[in-house]
Design a protein around this ligand. Sequence first.
Ligand code: DAK
Length: 265
Amino acid sequence: MDESLETVLVEFDDDRGVGTLTMNRPDALNALNGQLRDDIVAGLEALEEETEDREGVALRAVVLEGAGEKAFCAGADIGGFSDESAGDSSARSHYDVIRNFPAPVIAKIDGYCLGGGLETALACDFRLASEGSTFGFPEVNLGILPGAGGVQYVSKLAGPAVAKELAMTGEHISAERAGEEGIVNHVYADDEFDDEVDAFVTDLAGQAPLAIQAIKKSADMAVHSGLEEGLAYDRTLFEGLLQTEDHAEGAAAFAEDREPEFEGK
Ligand code: DAK
């Protein structure tokens, strides 16, 4: 599958079960206008549809990246800024669709990752960055705060002092600092970036997909629940996974000393 929406390129690698969405407004540093936000949602829906009639789980992971040399995403499009908060309030935001997407979504960050672009990355399950990338919340320069939960998410990942520093100063920080603060998972040398991300995603896509989906739910639950509630939720997920063919396959592969072949069943 190779599908082009107006502002997002969509690809599906059937062999690995990996979808790729490329935000494609490089002349505006992939700034989020209404079309791009809608196209991210449409792209994710297209990837899900692509695998709908397959046996098991065909879509194992999604990579979200930015086109061009300079940016993952420079935030909300300042030209059409007011439409970020206006628009159809019943429509699902791309932030929520990414968060609730069943397969893990990996933000592949190469360049500027600012404002709503950083919030988009924070909605993803993983953030992998090239060492030349920079991160920041410039909203304060526009007299606002990050509008899609950026201060909340960075406070949880890195603590409130780091969130305040980013959001109150509007200064950019390096990928190295973002890695130290736990805002990104891994920082890779620029010349190894594509290969390292590819290896990470291939490994992830090879894991038992129903377990991966359950782990995504469990980790997200941990962020907003108390421990008792979270442990009870995990027990329910665990009981479900015990009944899957993937679990039987994993145990059989271990006993037979071979690599498992997971199908998401
Ligand atoms: N919007 C529109 N165009 C942008 C842009 C943006 N955010 N960022 C860059 N561009 C455009 C520039 O205008 C320029 O276009 P041309 O002049 O070539 O036509 C082109 O991209 C290249 O940019 P520069 O020439 O400025 O490139 P530099 O390398 O010199 O600088 C920069 C790169 C990223 C440091 C700089 O462009 C910059 O500071 N950009 C603005 C960053 C920013 O302030 N972003 C918006 C933050 S506010 C909400 C949820 C979320 C949000 C709001 C509400 N709700 C749920 C309600 C989010 C808000 C934000 O993100």
